[in-house]
Write a protein that binds this ligand. Structure first.
Ligand code: HPA
Length: 265
């Protein structure tokens, strides 16, 4: 075995990774809760697959135990986390069916825990998010996409809402003016907590629909699922190739950002 461990956090429409050999369920206990994942091998690398909404899409965005999920991936010491996210799009150059390797976010959530560092079990810490997504993992995804001729979009700003409702057209107009490109419900606090834990994390965002008010028709969850199904074979291919290309060592500052993390407290 290479010693390289890669985690995949699957979003809406991504509930399995078909390519794993010797796949089995593992459960990881953390102080925030127990997390079930599928574990297997792909090209000599250990892969852990964690469907964010549960295997049957039973956990809504605002009820996901983000802390337990990231703490579990920290416990098994993954080298990188690749996550997927279904999103609405505000931009014609990121149409439904495209794949965007996002590089910024705006937090529009309201009532979820946003940090491990609450001053009790962990210290009071202010982490830097000038570059919120790991540049090394982003680079691996972009280069892999290029090798597969996939035309990935390099960069985009993800606006995270509380959900589970979709947005109003007025909210979308405001987000557009702020510089938001895509809108979804789960990337915050996942990306923040990954950095707090010192884990390299990047997201492939998959626009499934034009956002409210831009779309000519009312939004439907079924529409999101149908578009995800259409894109799934190509996405599986991309993720598998990314797993193969993740580097054993990174020169980013993600690991260093996790220096305040404490397993004991
Ligand atoms: N808004 C928020 N989340 C989403 C959307 C949307 O339009 N589409 C897919 N996830």
């Amino acid at each position: 075995m290479s010693g390289i461990r890669v985690a995949i956090i699957g979003g809406t429409g991504v509930y399995n990774q078909a390519l794993l050999e010797g796949e089995k369920e593992v459960t990881i206990d953390t102080r925030y809760g127990t997390v079930a994942m599928r574990a297997g091998i792909y090209k000599n690398r250990e892969v852990f697959f964690l469907p964010r909404h549960g295997e049957k899409h039973s956990v809504p965005p605002h009820m996901i135990n983000y802390k337990a999920n990231i703490a579990a991936l920290k416990k098994i010491n993954v080298n990188a986390i690749l996550s997927t996210a279904a999103v609405g799009t505000l931009r014609r150059n990121m149409p439904p069916g495209s794949k965007v390797v996002i590089d910024q976010f705006i937090d529009f959530t309201r009532q979820r825990p946003l940090t491990f560092y609450e001053g009790e079990k962990m210290p009071v810490v202010h982490i830097d998010l000038s570059e919120p997504y790991c540049f090394e993992v982003r680079k691996t995804i972009l280069e892999t996409g290029q090798a597969l001729d996939l035309n990935l979009v390099d960069g985009g700003c993800y606006v995270c809402t509380e959900g589970p409702r979709f947005e109003t057209p007025s909210e979308i107009r405001m987000m557009e003016q702020w510089g938001g490109d895509l809108v979804g419900m789960t990337n915050v606090p996942e990306v923040i907590m990954a950095r707090e834990a010192g884990l390299c994390y990047a997201t492939i965002a998959l626009p499934t629909n034009y956002a409210a008010g831009i779309s000519l028709t009312p939004l439907k969850h079924e529409e999101v699922l149908e578009e995800m199904d259409r894109g799934k074979p190509e996405l599986d291919k991309l993720i598998a190739a990314c797993v193969e290309n993740i580097k054993p060592e990174h020169s980013c500052g993600c690991k260093e950002a996790g220096k305040y993390w404490s397993e004991e407290s």
